[in-house]
Structure formats: C-alpha cells, structure tokens
Design a protein around this ligand. Structure first.
Ligand code: SF4
Length: 183
C-alpha cells in the first residue's frame, strides 16, 4: 500500500514559514515564503504540511489590535499571549492540535516517517525554544507549541520539534538541514 512515487516522509512547518502574510502586523520579513528554508525543504524528499496559523485562526489577521504594528514586538506578543489564554481560544487551539495529531497518527499507521515539526521562536504561539511574555523574549514554548507537544506526549508520538527565527536565516537553514539528516 502506498508503494508509489511518494517518499513517505512528512514534515510539519509553521504556517508563516510558507506564508508570511499570516504573521502579526509589523513582523513579516519576506514577501511570501521564507525562501531559504523552503529551498532546503523542497530540495529534499519530504512532504511539507503547513500547520494552521493559531493566531490568525483564533484572533484574526490583526490579532484584535489594529495598532499592533506600532508597538515593540515583544510587548505586542505579550498582549497576544494573554489573548490566547481565553477559554474559547484554548478550545480552538485544542481542536487544531487534535487535527494535527490525527494527521500524524494516520501517517504513522501506514509506515510514513514524521521527520519533525518546525516552529518559530519568540512567537507567543509557535515558539519552541523561546517565546514572549512580560514584554520580553524568554525561554519556553508558545501556547500552541505547549499544547501540541503535550498532545504528542499523550499519544506517545516521538517527533523532533525545533524552532527557527526569520532574523537568523543561516542558523535556520543549518537547523533544518540537521533535522532532515537526523529526524
Ligand atoms: S508563528 Fe505561528 S502564530 Fe505566528 S504567524 Fe507564524 S504560524 Fe501564525
């Protein structure tokens, strides 16, 4: 089954790695995709799953603050993080997490290899190594990544989760190459 042209290797990427239009006001670095990272991924054998953008889906494109782009990033990120703590938002995030877990389990059921998950550091949602809180970039995970990694653990899914920064592209490319070589 599925013995056709596909690689059976799947990688999950934060939405804004493929589409910077989703990112909070004032923080987009690229016109569309983060080309350097996508060049590495498209040259590889992996199929790339674009994860949903939790902030867009829960708070809207302006994150509920039409003036968000005029504030320092970590201040606005701290406000966004507080909004992500609302009950209705937490529920929506859990739904997105469960959809992703379902996809991973389906692929695993048929012998596909989940190669990893790539988040975006400093994000109040998708940060893996760092996030934003108290108007600072701090160590820790964003709200979405916290929920996703907990769900992965609950479902006994072992998969590498790493974060990149759009302001540190050489490091991001190195990290993605490393992930592809050592999933
Ligand atoms: S880091 Fe996450 S929440 Fe922020 S724009 Fe990217 S996908 Fe959306």
């Amino acid at each position: 089954m599925f013995d056709d042209g596909r690689s059976k290797q799947i990688l999950f990427a934060a939405h804004c790695i493929l589409n910077q239009n989703s990112i909070s006001d004032g923080t987009a670095v690229f016109p569309g995709a983060c080309r350097e990272v996508m060049d590495v991924l498209t040259a590889s054998r992996v199929g790339v799953v674009q994860m949903p953008c939790p902030e867009l889906m829960c708070l809207g494109l302006d994150r509920g603050n039409p003036r968000g782009g005029s504030f320092p990033v970590v201040e606005e990120n701290t406000r966004i993080r507080a909004c992500l703590g609302r009950d209705a938002v937490k529920l929506r995030i859990q739904q997105m997490v469960q959809d992703l877990v379902y996809q991973i389990l389906e692929y695993k059921k048929y012998g596909f290899q989940p190669m990893g998950i790539i988040g975006v550091n400093r994000s109040p949602s998708c940060g893996v190594d760092t996030t934003s809180e108290n108007n600072m970039e701090i160590k820790g995970k964003g709200v979405f990544m916290e929920a996703l990694t907990a769900a992965l653990k609950n479902n006994q899914i072992a998969i590498r989760v790493m974060g990149i920064k759009f302001s540190e592209i050489p490091e991001a490319v190195r990290a993605v190459n490393s992930l592809l070589n050592n999933p």
